[in-house]
Design a protein around this ligand. Structure first.
Ligand code: AMP
Length: 281
């Protein structure tokens, strides 16, 4: 941010790479339609950047991570309010490239993580994590941050990025930010705005189910999952895509419900697909 409190906005890759940089740069990659959870990631980034460091935010609706027929075209792109949120969060640099420049029409190189990506979201959304890893690797190369912040709301994405950074030796610290929720517990998401009022009301079952399962007396993974399933099934508009209890590092299913496990859920409310997760301690 300059002295007048303006965010430096850059569009082209050449311009992004030509920017003078502070001692430490912390990146928050997003797809825009920014909400208070993104604001919290920016706050975490600010703290991690330190007094002489800078916060960079990227906004890029990445076509490569949307499966055919999904919501790529209708994904919200509110440029002005996104800029405003970045400004009020004290962001220094906003990188908002075009899909045309990011992806050459004859592109033939991708980044693919093949173990953690094969379950859960990866199973439901083939190609999704290949798209995520490819764009995040490109953003890392373009902006060369010292650290990057990702939300635990996308638990599997965080695990996949951490694996990619380890496996490909990116010299970048990955910082995990906790899930930010609305007052009624629904995890903030740009996709929440697709919900009509009845779907929005019933969307609270995701977190209710996760909490019920995490606090349940039941001990076995199957019983704990059944507790969550019952809560979601009570909402007529909710349709479970997956509900799985896995090891927090391998993302493989577990024989025992604890320790170091996480319960992840994906639910359709009408056409909108929402995800959430909870650690079992
Ligand atoms: P998106 O713009 O949805 O791709 O998200 C950009 C970043 O914000 C990702 O690291 C997400 O995990 C994170 N994020 C989105 N929603 C939340 C939330 N409710 N709590 C914490 N992080 C979030």
């Amino acid at each position: 941010m300059d002295k007048a409190g303006r965010v430096k906005i850059v569009i082209t890759i050449a311009d992004a790479q030509a920017q003078p940089r502070a001692k430490r740069r912390v990146l928050v990659p997003t797809m825009g339609a920014l909400h208070k959870a993104h604001g919290e990631l920016m706050r975490v980034a600010r703290e991690a950047a330190g007094k002489h460091g800078e916060v960079a935010v990227s906004i890029f609706v990445n076509p490569l991570q949307f499966e055919p027929g999904s919501d790529y075209k209708r994904y919200p792109r509110p440029e002005k309010s996104d800029e405003e949120l970045c400004r009020s969060a004290g962001v220094d640099l906003l990188f908002r490239p075009s899909a045309e420049e990011v992806y050459a029409t004859d592109r033939s190189t991708f980044v693919e993580e093949i173990s953690l990506s094969s379950t859960l979201e990866g199973k439901s959304r083939p190609g999704h994590f290949r798209g995520v890893c490819t764009v995040v690797a490109k953003l890392f190369n373009i902006l060369a941050p010292d650290a990057a912040v990702f939300g635990e709301k996308d638990f599997q994405q965080l695990a996949v990025i951490q694996r990619m950074v380890r496996d490909l030796n990116f010299k970048i610290d990955i910082i995990a930010a906790p899930t930010i929720r609305e007052e009624d517990g629904l995890a903030c998401s740009s996709r929440n705005q697709y919900l009509n009022s009845e779907e929005r009301r019933q969307a609270t079952v995701l977190y209710k189910a996760l909490r019920a399962a995490a606090n349940a007396e039941e001990q076995s993974p199957a019983e704990i999952i059944a507790v969550a399933r019952k809560v979601i099934d009570a909402a007529p508009l909710a349709r479970i895509d997956y509900l799985e209890l896995v090891h927090a590092e391998t993302l493989q299913s577990v024989q025992a419900a604890r320790p170091n496990t996480v319960l992840l859920v994906a639910v359709f409310l009408g056409k909108t697909r929402l995800i959430d997760n909870i650690r079992l301690t």
